[in-house]
Design a protein around this ligand. Structure first.
Ligand SMILES: NC(=O)c1ccc[n+]([C@@H]2O[C@H](COP(=O)([O-])OP(=O)(O)OC[C@H]3O[C@@H](n4cnc5c(N)ncnc54)[C@H](O)[C@@H]3O)[C@@H](O)[C@H]2O)c1
Length: 366
């Protein structure tokens, strides 16, 4: 198969669909790989790194799309890319179809095979291609939170680890899923006192077993949240209700109970946030202050660390890319039910129930 890696052209996107390690695996399996010149630069991978493992560098995005059976990228195609996608071409990337009718219509029109990272689903219901981005965001949440606790950026002026003779900072983590666990681990590693709240007792039991003793678990309810926000310096929002808006666990009136300079990092901002006063921000302008509480609500946190995010993402996408290249999409999806769940739009038809429902269409079986 010929596999194309275009440069991402969405604003501020520095990740790339494949690392040289991935190209190495494909060329080893006798596939041809075309990489657009400069595609990996934002993530620290240069043309010669790809050439050394057998890729051919092409000058333009148009050439990459025109010469490839399968396109592997990161973000959903934007309008400039719609016309480049070929009939019957496999496009393996994040799509988030339900949030864009224009994209859905364009992909239906293209008659391509659109396999979405975000709907590849394991038997236990987990989303293996989304997990690494939550891991990145969870860890980053503490790094960012620690920075905004500093006084010059209007934080409380607390060093999370404390020093001999001074108590460490306190971190409250809402949600003990992927984001929450990674945030708790990082905060604990810095020496902070961590409280992690969830409604899922199984998760809390698990955390209680594996975390050090300065990470304590608690049940998430309004009473406990109101109690903890009074004493914590940094609050991380990492709750998720699958397919729904995140619940407002911290309401506007609660901000006045927090110490001035408390920092909230609401990672769940992409699902509306779990704080009533959350509104999405960008890496250029990541924070705002309401009632003396610093809010960090960047909706694409992994975008700030493209090297780590690219490697983390491609580690998990590569086995599927190899299957698709070795077997073709029909056989690969027949043999791998997780990958089959990634099929969203196939040759001009929507094949994924929730997307069809969003646009009030009947899904078609493949
Ligand atoms: N901002 C970003 O850049 C970024 C990056 C990655 C993920 N995210 C988002 O972070 C959020 C969390 O993702 P995740 O992968 O950790 O999800 P997850 O499903 O692994 O974990 C969510 C946890 O929230 C818990 N929860 C549900 N209701 C709760 C409540 N009322 N109180 C406390 N806990 C509750 C669940 O029991 C679960 O343990 C999602 O919205 C995800 O989209 C954002």
């Amino acid at each position: 198969m010929t596999v194309g890696i275009p440069k991402e052209i969405k604003n501020n996107e520095s990740r790339v669909g494949m690392t040289p390690a991935g190209v190495f695996e494909l060329t080893k399996n006798n596939h041809t790989v075309y990489v657009q010149s400069g595609a990996g630069e934002g993530s620290g991978f240069f043309n010669q790194d790809y050439q050394q493992v057998g890729a051919t560098i092409l000058d333009t995005i148009g050439q990459v799309y025109a010469m490839s059976d399968m396109i592997v990228k990161v973000k959903e195609p934007i309008a400039e890319e719609y016309g480049l996608i070929q009939e019957g071409q496999i496009v393996f990337t994040f799509f988030h179809f339900a949030s864009s009718e224009a994209l859905t219509k364009a992909m239906l029109k293209s008659k391509a095979i659109c396999i979405a990272y975000e709907t590849v689903e394991d038997e236990d219901g987990t989303l293996p291609l989304l997990t690494p981005m939550s891991e990145v965001a969870g860890r980053m949440a503490i790094q960012q939170g620690a920075k905004y606790l500093e006084k010059p950026v209007k934080g409380k002026g607390v060093l999370l680890g404390g020093v001999p003779g001074v108590s460490p900072g306190r971190v409250l983590v809402l949600g003990a899923g992927t984001v929450g666990i990674q945030a708790a681990k990082m905060a604990a590693g810095l020496g902070a006192q961590v409280t992690i709240l969830d409604v899922n007792m199984k998760r809390l039991r698990y955390l209680n077993d594996i975390m050090p003793s300065h990470v304590v678990t608690g049940f998430s309810n309004e009473f406990n949240i109101r109690k903890h926000i009074k004493t914590n310096d940094l609050i991380i929002g990492g709750v998720l209700l699958k397919g729904a808006k995140a619940p407002n666990l911290i309401t506007r009136d609660m901000l006045k109970d927090m110490h001035p300079g408390t920092v909230i990092v609401d990672v769940a901002v992409d699902q509306g946030g779990c704080v009533e006063t959350t509104k999405p921000t960008t890496h250029e302008d990541p924070v705002y202050i309401i009632d003396d509480v610093v809010h960090y609500c960047v909706a694409n946190m992994p975008g700030a660390v493209p090297y780590t995010s690219t490697v983390a993402l491609t580690n998990v996408t590569l086995p599927y890319v190899l299957k698709l290249a070795n077997l073709g999409w029909r056989s690969a999806c027949k043999l791998d039910s997780s990958l089959e769940k990634g099929l969203n739009v196939v040759e001009g038809e929507i094949v994924y129930n929730e997307i069809a429902e969003t646009f009030q269409l009947e899904p078609v079986l493949v």
